[in-house]
Design a protein around this ligand. Structure first.
Ligand SMILES: [Zn+2]
Length: 201
C-alpha cells in the first residue's frame, strides 16, 4: 500500500502546512475536497502545502489492521485498548504504517500548521500553542462556517492532535465537516480554505 503525498510549491515558501484527509475510512470527504481543489492549476504561492488526500485505504473507520489511526500516535496518554472497539489504538504506539508515514513526513517538512479533515460534527477543533492555534482555528471557522471547539468532549488517548498539537507544539486543526450535505456543496468553502492556506496564512 502506498500513501499518496502531494507537495505544492517546494521553492520560495514562507510557511509549510500539512493537510490530511481520511484518517477514518468512513469519512471520505477530505479526499474529494483535496483532489478537486488540486485539479485547478495554479502558479503563484506564498506557502508550501503538503497534501495527503487519503491516509486510510479502508472504507470503515479503522484501517485494514483494525486500528483507529487517530488513536495510534505515541502521545504520553496512548493506551492499549480493546481490539473490538472502534477506537482501538493498535498493539503499540505508532504500530501502523500510516502513522509512521505521517510522523516521517512531519519530521521532514517541519510544518507550521497541520489540518486534518474529519466528519460529521461540524466544528473546528484545535490543539497546540494556544494563541496561534486559536487564531488559525478562528480563521478556519470564519471560512468554513463551523464554530471552533477546543475540547471535543471525550478523552482521545494517542490522538493525532494530542501528539502533534500538545506534545510537538505544532498548531493542529481538526475540521469536522457536515456529512448531511453532498460533499460537492462543501467544495467552495474548502477551495477558499486551501487558497487561504496557500496564499495568505
Ligand atoms: Zn474522524
Amino acid at each position: 500500500m502506498t500513501i499518496e503525498i502531494i507537495k505544492r510549491n517546494s521553492t520560495n515558501y514562507e510557511k509549510t502546512i500539512l493537510v490530511i484527509g481520511v484518517f477514518h475510512g468512513d469519512e471520505p470527504q477530505g479526499e474529494y475536497l483535496i483532489k478537486e481543489f488540486l485539479k485547478i492549476p495554479k502558479r503563484n504561492f506564498k506557502n508550501r502545502l503538503v497534501y495527503i488526500p487519503r491516509l486510510n485505504s479502508n472504507s470503515e473507520r479503522k484501517n485494514p489492521n483494525g486500528v483507529d489511526l487517530n488513536r495510534n500516535y505515541p502521545a504520553k496518554n496512548w493506551e492499549l485498548g480493546d481490539k473490538t472497539s472502534n477506537y482501538y489504538g493498535g498493539d503499540f504506539p505508532a504500530s501502523e504504517i500510516e502513522t509512521k508515514a505521517v510522523i516521517k513526513v512531519t519530521e521532514e517538512i517541519q510544518p507550521d500548521a497541520i489540518i486534518s479533515i474529519h466528519a460529521p460534527f461540524k466544528i473546528v477543533n484545535y490543539d497546540g500553542p494556544e494563541e496561534k492555534t486559536r487564531a488559525l482555528a478562528e480563521k478556519i471557522s470564519e471560512i468554513t462556517g463551523y464554530p471552533t471547539q477546543k475540547e471535543i468532549g471525550y478523552a482521545t488517548p494517542g490522538s493525532f492532535g494530542t501528539y502533534m498539537g500538545l506534545e510537538k507544539e505544532i498548531p493542529t486543526i481538526t475540521i469536522e465537516v457536515d456529512e448531511e450535505v453532498p460533499v460537492i456543496e462543501l467544495l467552495p468553502k474548502f477551495t477558499n480554505l486551501f487558497n487561504y492556506l496557500e496564499d495568505e496564512y
